[in-house]
Ligand binder design. Structure first.
Ligand SMILES: [Zn+2]
Length: 81
């Protein structure tokens, strides 16, 4: 069973579009059923796009990890309401 934890573990690959086809299918299926992960992927992607578009700088891994954790917290708060 593909869980939210599994999706989070794959998040950086998802954002890089660096996912094997069978994994992509699992992710797609999970996202169709899980609003939390949909919002998580969308907001993380948008945030990274905004940050990387403002300058031609690569997001360091440590920063994108922290960013993802921050967004995850926000998303979890939002979906609790
Ligand atoms: Zn999920």
């Amino acid at each position: 069973m593909f869980s939210c934890e599994d999706l989070r573990a794959e998040l950086s690959h998802i954002l890089d579009e660096d996912v094997a086809p069978e994994m992509r299918e699992k992710i797609r299926h999970h996202l169709s059923e899980c609003r939390l992960c949909t919002v998580l992927v969308d907001s993380t992607r948008k945030t990274i796009t905004i940050l990387t578009d403002t300058g031609s700088f690569e997001l360091p891994d440590s920063l994108s990890d922290r960013l993802t954790a921050m967004i995850m917290e926000k998303v979890q708060e939002e979906t609790k309401k």
